[in-house]
Design a protein around this ligand. Structure first.
Ligand SMILES: CNc1ncnc2c1ncn2[C@@H]1O[C@H](COP(=O)(O)O)[C@@H](O)[C@H]1O
Ligand SMILES: [Zn+2]
Length: 367
């Protein structure tokens, strides 16, 4: 199967971190600018950004550097626009983009102003039509938008639905986590649909964030958790007992946690390249995707950090096809099933299903 087939297939991305998805070229451009201003040493940064294999620990050091490069309002707006357009270009038709609202006093940035800069980035998307506001107020270009260009009148454009998840970083306090949840509630009308718990899994305690996550759920926000990136069985069990609507990774579960996951049927956001590159999973041959897939456990293929791990959602499908011997039709079905696992509202779910069914009828997806 050549890559073109996976690029042209409609796809759903449910686990993508904004600052992890920035193009390397853009990061290097920012690094050059800050290097010229004497704020950083460009050659050191260039080496770190372009480094390929990095441990999970090194990934978080890289994020500290990325955040130095990107944490001002204009940059956050620019990377949001670029990331959305990159996903749309490879026919991701629905994107749940997650990001950690950041307070940065030296840049006059609050969590709210950070998020407003992200939303401004959504507004500036112009290479495709974008639907990002849950109120259905879309900044749709007048031209008819349709999927994959080649089925309409030729002048039409791709369309991508984008919804936002606000991330709580495990380094944060409960108070900061609560501020993020309250911000999510206030910004539902511009497409915020849920909360993510992420950050260095070796830092912070589950109990710190539980009250904020309970409050988020009570208030109607969807919750997904990074779970099982490191073998902390006690935390894994407590996260599964919380019954999040989805979890990310699920790499280091021992037998009893594994059974609990299967019984609970909590959908898993699988990030193959991320897990292999960080050596969280030693090789694709032993990745738990196969076990979950064969047991028909709900799962969705995701990129995690397409910039940091030099991947794309199309590549993740190509890897799954090659590594697990899954055909086009079955992977198309897997992508379509991901619509049901999304935190999108029913109107968007209905429209996405219609889109998949329209495309599915074409011969491209019969084996
Ligand atoms: C590789 N595995 C991972 N495990 C846990 N958290 C991760 C992650 N990859 C990324 N993040 C989280 O996403 C943030 C960057 O995007 P934003 O600044 O929020 O847009 C990182 O700081 C980290 O908290
Ligand atoms: Zn992640």
């Amino acid at each position: 199967m050549e890559m073109e087939c996976w690029v042209s297939m409609p796809k759903v991305e449910l686990h993508a971190h904004l600052n992890g998805s920035v193009r390397n070229s853009t990061l290097l451009e920012f690094a050059k600018e800050l290097g010229e201003k004497g704020i950083i040493v460009f050659s050191d940064v260039e080496h770190v950004v372009l480094k390929d294999d990095r441990s999970l620990t090194e990934v978080f050091k890289l994020f500290d550097l990325i955040h130095i490069l990107t944490t001002d309002h204009a940059t956050v707006t620019r990377i949001t626009k670029e990331v959305v357009e990159d996903f749309a270009a490879e026919n991701v038709v629905y994107l749940e983009l997650r990001t950690t609202p950041k307070r940065n006093d030296s840049r006059g940035m609050t969590k709210r102003s950070y998020l407003e800069a992200v939303v401004e980035g959504l507004r500036r998307v112009d290479a495709v039509d974008i639907d990002f506001a849950s109120t259905g107020v879309v900044l749709e270009n007048k031209k008819k938008s349709c999927y994959m260009n080649n089925e309409c009148d030729g002048i039409s454009r791709k369309k991508i639905y984008v919804r936002l998840l606000l991330s709580i970083d495990r380094r944060e306090t409960l108070e900061a986590a609560m501020e993020t949840v309250k911000l999510a509630l206030e910004m539902k009308d511009v497409g915020v649909v849920g909360i993510d718990l992420s950050g260095n899994p070796r830092v912070g305690e589950w109990t710190t964030f539980l009250p904020a996550l309970k409050f988020a759920r009570e208030q109607g926000l969807h919750v997904t958790l990074h779970c099982g990136e490191v073998p902390n069985q006690e935390e894994i069990h407590r996260m599964l007992d919380f019954l999040p609507e989805r979890i990310g990774h699920a790499c280091c579960l021992e037998e009893d946690a594994w059974r609990k996951l299967e019984m609970s049927k909590i959908p898993v956001e699988i990030c193959l390249t991320s897990n292999i590159r960080t050596n969280t999973i030693s090789s694709i041959d032993v990745h738990h995707f196969a076990d979950l897939y064969n047991k028909k456990h709900p799962l969705v293929l995701c990129t995690d950090d397409s910039g940091v791990f030099s991947t794309s959602l199309s590549k993740e499908y190509a890897i799954a096809a090659a590594a697990f011997g899954i055909g086009k039709k079955d992977l198309f079905q897997l992508a379509r099933n991901a619509v049901e696992l999304s935190f999108a509202g029913e109107k968007v779910v209905r429209e996405l299903k219609e889109l998949f069914d329209l495309v599915g009828k074409s011969l491209a997806y019969s084996d």
